[in-house]
Design a protein around this ligand. Sequence first.
Ligand SMILES: C[S@@+](CC[C@H](N)C(=O)[O-])C[C@H]1O[C@@H](n2cnc3c(N)ncnc32)[C@H](O)[C@@H]1O
Length: 215
Amino acid sequence: MSDAAIPLLLQSYLDNLVPERHPELRAMETAAAAEGFPIIGPACGHVCYLIARMIGARRIFELGSGFGYSTAWLARALRENGGGEVHHTVWDAALSAQARRHLTAMELADLVQFHCAEAIGVLREQSDTFDLIFSDIDKEDYPASLEVIEDRLRPGGVLIVDNMLWGNRIFDPAIDDPATRGVRRFTRMIGESERWSGAVLPIRDGLLLGLYRGR
Ligand SMILES: C[S@@+](CC[C@H](N)C(=O)[O-])C[C@H]1O[C@@H](n2cnc3c(N)ncnc32)[C@H](O)[C@@H]1O
């Protein structure tokens, strides 16, 4: 086997370890693959669910939610934690409506606040803090989101951020587009800040796990 095949083999191994899930989640995975829509996938979804369960999250905010796949994993954790709310934010009305349909089919919509708007702005408008914040917005906006996240995540809360390997573009010094710069800068901001303890888990496209110490 060539070395190049190992990452794909590893990813499919990890995806296959995820326990059986709601048929609607399976259908969303099939639709995402057919449409080329970038969902976090089963292994990362399951990790997000586990973290939300482990910290007993009751208030979750998601930036850049797509058609509700990652939201569904987080909402399921809330249900098992005894209830709460997860905020779904996407600026595309069709995706927001699609998310509502999927979450309704899974009987999770009662836990979800749907916002069809720019995600950082919606987070800034929230008056209460959150136990967990998950971000999957446009990568060039990662650095600008951090100050707002620090305002709205409770000390001791957890931040999860997707695409920290950004299709391996972060490793190539010749690549210097705004999205790649955004991921690199955000990684440094977390790593160099005394407010955060963070690590990048090399699952799929890299999931940052950050513990917020507070200001
Ligand atoms: C990568 S997808 C999210 C996939 C989702 N995490 C999942 O696994 O199901 C990101 C979505 O958020 C939208 N988006 C990106 N930046 C945004 C922002 N700042 N505010 C609102 N939506 C945003 C994108 O257009 C896209 O529909």
